[in-house]
Design a protein around this ligand. Sequence first.
Ligand SMILES: Cc1ncc(COP(=O)(O)O)c(C=O)c1O
Length: 423
Amino acid sequence: MPNSLSHSRRDLFRFLPAASAVGSWALLQKALTAAPGAPSAANEDYWKVVKNQFPLEDGLLYLNAANVCPASRAVMDRHLEYLRDFHANPSFQNRDKYEPLAERVRAKIAAMLRVTPDEIALTRNTSEASNTIVKGLDLKAGDEILITDHNHPSNNDSWKVRASRDGLVVKSLPVAVLAKSSQQLLDAFASAITPRTRVIAVTHVTSTTGIQYPAREIAALARQKGIWMHLDGAQTWGALDVNLHEIGCDSYAGSMHKWAMGPLEAGILFVKSEKMDRVWPSIVTAGWSGKLVGARKLEVYGQRDNPRLVAVEAAIDFLNMIGMNHVEARMRALTTYAKQQLREMPAVNLKTNLEPELSGGVIKFDLPKLAPRAAYDTLWKRHRVAIAVTDTGDAKGLRFSPHVYNTMEEMQRAVAAVRELQA
Ligand SMILES: Cc1ncc(COP(=O)(O)O)c(C=O)c1O
């Protein structure tokens, strides 16, 4: 009776981690290793166990990881545990433990990204991390900043604001809706560089059409020319198995509440150690001292939300328990399936590349005969498909961004819902 057996196991897994926050980890680990073949991308049993760690509403088809991911029960439990601890005893004596705990978080994040803890600042989100670079570099009138039209405002408008204040020149590269090749993307940067270029600020995977930029090659080009290379990792931290040592960029920004499935308003900024002296802190307050080591100088914001900060550890542990390589492989299996299906639909214009080196977890598509907003509303009202929409411009359309808490069956339902739209 393999069917009823796997059913009862699923039910068990669903309720196991609801136990105490500490006990739940051992049980979760047990559940994750119990599914045969775990954690290969095609092992639906394993990924259903993962899904059951997220108390998402029944019937909700949540495909908006690129915006905000739900936190797992383990993350929420840990957060609540620390929140209660903090407010039960806010004395300095009790709060002393939060600093070493934050250092543990920093070390785990650094290990995951293959850099050193001193190179990681614990920020509040990607926007803050990128703005720390925008504001923190010494630049003078006439210096050129190279960005792309599809950078997020935190890595685009932020540069324009600084440019109008300091007389910098921002050059923005147009973005083709489907990329021809990584080489073509690299060439566009190569030909836009001038002797005045000081910074290249690019998005690893865009939130608009989901292009993955060849970060390593762009970083190598920048290095050759003595140009700072900032990488916006909002759509790759927690989604791809990012190796910053290999990429070689000078700085990288990310948010915990997106693909890393951590608490809201927690983020990271990586700055390469040999370049650390070149970044000025934007905020200086109590706790500042010239003796802070490495990127710690970039996270002195006054009183921090310690319980939230240290709850980040649970999200990192969760990702590590699965393995970032498996997280990426599963996310890619879900997106590849959806892209292949969407590409076959006559009424659908797929705006995201299929090639893994040119894409990540973001899928954009348009139904030219239907206003994106109407399609978005119908998907929500009829099927409770929660996604993002862009009404106008070259990135016009609907955005799907599935993650490890989505099952293949959900992807099939989402695709069927789009098929119904075109009928
Ligand atoms: C590419 C990119 N960069 C930066 C951000 C900003 O992230 P946050 O709001 O967490 O600062 C986003 C948000 O969607 C994004 O997609």
